[in-house]
Design a protein around this ligand. Structure first.
Ligand code: FAD
Length: 416
């Protein structure tokens, strides 16, 4: 029987970081993962360069960049371990990085730099802490024992034998990318201990359309352009100004991924293909001075292929702008700037960058991430019902929730 202070299930972003902080606070940690390789999702993140945080994150207002049933839950952890804190850690390890777009920080070289930082933090013990890496190793069962004969503890049956721990941290992530080890273990453990799980769904994921509704766009696959995209979820209106990529099945690129987290089948997407323009007034004004075909004028603002697809089979728009009635110009502007599309689905967990939903935050302490019902059981990272926007917010949630948890563990186990 192996005895340890803490068993952490999942050696991904949150689990690795939590293990490092906890062992530096003097805790003995077993970090278990069923995958043979550590942090596979970090490796593939950010196109292989990990967008590891976002310096525009506003910890005081988590609803600006996070969704879930109660994004305000994240405020405490995000405020106590900030994007600046993680940047300082990268600086201490001398990792070169750069800002790409809207506050997103990426490694200059590769995600391996980030993985190395997390592994070094797990090895840098000073107060008698340690991290044992059990990988690949499956968890067969987890039970809690509080009989009064011994101090309350958890007993895990694993591929490497039984393990007794005073606390357990579930950091097994969501369902996205099952090809590299994602599983529903975290949701099953939550259910086993009586915790509510908000139904999971694929998020930051390409959207798909019924083939008959996508005919007009299918041959434009590969086209990318800046748009404004909007939808409504409950009382919330979500709007993103980002690049949209047309695919043979539907929509991808940052604009589609961002809006997918808010999308529901009953709500249309509203796209403005020319977000910087007041097209109605500009077309009517242009009519006074241009002799060109309407298609040629439009092609100075939009990709030629999109213009052709838009005007195809529309005789009222296939003439010189000078001869086009104002009514037809207004209708064209309306169709381009308030284009309602009904997606029929998503490309699912195989393509989703994250899983929305998860362990209900109503079940957890926002100070420590510990279950309110089940002492000594903690949930961190993506398995929790806190989902970030594209742009480094999901990793920051992994770091912040892991840090809050490590501090909570040290306090529970009297190491502070
Ligand atoms: C393609 C892609 C790109 C991304 N890019 C970014 C980005 O640039 N920036 C950003 O902020 N976010 C990005 N994300 C999201 C980010 O990777 C996740 O939100 C983050 O990794 C979540 O951390 P986590 O530790 O909670 O889960 P994970 O990192 O997924 O780790 C979970 C770990 O648990 C293990 N596990 C699962 N089931 C079991 C089981 N049954 N038994 C034992 N172990 C188990 C897994 O093997 C894994 O190692 C990206 C995601 C994807 C898929």
């Amino acid at each position: 029987m192996t005895r340890t202070d803490v068993l952490i299930i999942g050696a991904g972003a949150a689990g690795l970081f939590c293990a490092g902080v906890a062992q530096q606070l003097g805790l003995k940690v077993v970090l278990l993962d069923h995958s043979p390789k550590v942090a596979e999702k970090i490796r593939i993140s950010g196109g292989g360069r990990s967008n590891f945080t976002n310096i525009l994150m506003d910890a005081a207002q988590p609803h600006r960049h996070f969704l879930g049933e109660n994004p305000a839950f994240a405020r405490s952890a995000l405020a106590r371990y900030t994007a600046e804190d993680f940047v300082s850690l990268m600086n201490r390890h001398g990792v070169p990085y750069h800002e790409k777009h809207k506050g997103q920080l990426f490694c200059d070289r590769s995600s391996q730099d980030l993985i190395d930082v997390l592994l070094k933090e797990c090895a840098a013990g000073a107060k008698g802490g340690e991290v044992l890496h059990w990988q690949p190793c499956a968890l067969r069962s987890l039970t809690h024992h509080d009989s009064g004969e011994s101090a309350p503890h958890y007993l895990a049956q694993t591929d490497r034998g039984p393990l007794q721990a005073q606390a357990v941290v579930v950091a097994s992530g969501g369902l996205s990318i099952p090809q590299i080890g994602a599983s529903d273990l975290g949701f099953r453990l939550a259910a086993q201990f009586g915790l509510e799980v908000v139904p999971p769904r694929a998020a930051l994921v390409p959207l798909t359309f019924e083939p008959q509704h996508w005919q007009k766009f299918a041959h434009l696959s590969g086209l990318s352009l800046p748009v404004s995209i909007q939808t409504t979820r409950g009382k919330q209106v979500a709007v993103f100004e980002e690049d949209l990529l047309l695919t043979h099945k539907g929509l991808s690129g940052p604009a589609a991924l961002q809006i997918s987290s808010y999308w529901s089948p009953e709500q249309a997407l509203l796209i403005d293909w020319l977000p910087a323009r007041d097209l109605k007034h500009e077309l009517v004004a242009l009519k006074q001075r241009s002799r060109k075909l309407l298609a040629n004028e439009l092609a100075s603002w939009l990709p030629q292929r999109l213009v052709q697809a838009w005007l195809d089979n529309q005789p009222q728009w296939q003439q010189p702008i000078h001869d086009t009635p104002d009514k037809a110009l207004v209708a064209l502007a309306e169709s381009l700037q308030h284009c309602a599309l009904n997606a029929s689905g998503t490309e699912g967990y195989k393509k989703a960058e994250v899983t929305a939903g998860g362990v209900s935050v109503a079940e957890l302490s926002q100070q420590t991430m510990e279950s309110k019902k089940q002492p000594g059981l903690y949930f961190i990272g993506e398995v929790v019902d806190i989902t970030g926007w594209l742009g480094g917010y999901n990793f920051q949630w992994a770091w912040s929730s892991a840090h809050a948890c490590a501090m909570g563990l040290a306090s529970q186990l009297n190491r502070l």
